[in-house]
Design a protein around this ligand. Sequence first.
Ligand code: NAD
Length: 251
Amino acid sequence: MSDLHPKRLLGKVVVVTGAARGQGAAEAEALTREGARVIATDVEAADGCRRLDVTSDKDWAALAAELKEAYGQVHGLVNNAGITWRARLGDVRPEDLDRVHAVNVTGPLLGIQHLAPLMPPGSAIVNIGSSAALTAHYPVAYTTSKWALRGLSKTAALELGPRGIRVNTVHPGYIDTEMTASAAPAFREANIRETPLGRTGIVDEITPLVVFLLSDDSSFITGTEIPVDGGLTAHGGVKSISDALLTEGGR
Ligand SMILES: NC(=O)c1ccc[n+]([C@@H]2O[C@H](COP(=O)([O-])OP(=O)(O)OC[C@H]3O[C@@H](n4cnc5c(N)ncnc54)[C@H](O)[C@@H]3O)[C@@H](O)[C@H]2O)c1
């Protein structure tokens, strides 16, 4: 690559969770292209992925010890692993809530607890939230977990700021991955209707922001939350009102 396009993460050691497929795999690839030494991890076996169950304190402790031994420092963490559970208010069980929160909230917490001690000033953490964290999304366990992750991100930004460690959250809208493919077709269609850009997103529309937030280009940005959702959460539910009026002549 020419000097006009310097690699933005050269020399940085970055851990990505849930990197066996979907957004995590794309993030790991993009970070590697920018020169990072990426440790791609997942609970599922996959080529190039080290096994790590984000809910396991033991797994995180082992990873942290390995990274300390191998590199001495870690400069980035992408808390990307996540699961959904689409039970609605009347049906969701406490154990569903616990299971989803274990991956989506406890996982990122453990990652931060184990890796932040290895992070020098200038390091960065990116948590992958969801448009569900900004709205009254219908799957209760998923929505509450992603709202909780926002709280964790804010608290971590506050606590780690004095050490020069930044923490930001990316909120994807509907991105075509196995997670969204497992929903009913009506879910995809309704998302497209509610999205001002009129389409779904792809994984490589998330990765540039993740690269930016891990790089020194965002050195004064922390505690923020950025939706990457084609405008879904920006209109606060009024798109259908606007669209209905447009079909009746515009006013
Ligand atoms: N796809 C979307 O539309 C969308 C929208 C908003 C937010 N998100 C979020 O983006 C992130 C990535 O989602 P995706 O769409 O790529 O989903 P995905 O289901 O394709 O990939 C998720 C990955 O996380 C891994 N994982 C699950 N449990 C784990 C655990 N306990 N430990 C380690 N890894 C685990 C899975 O094995 C899988 O590889 C998730 O946090 C998800 O909630 C996705």
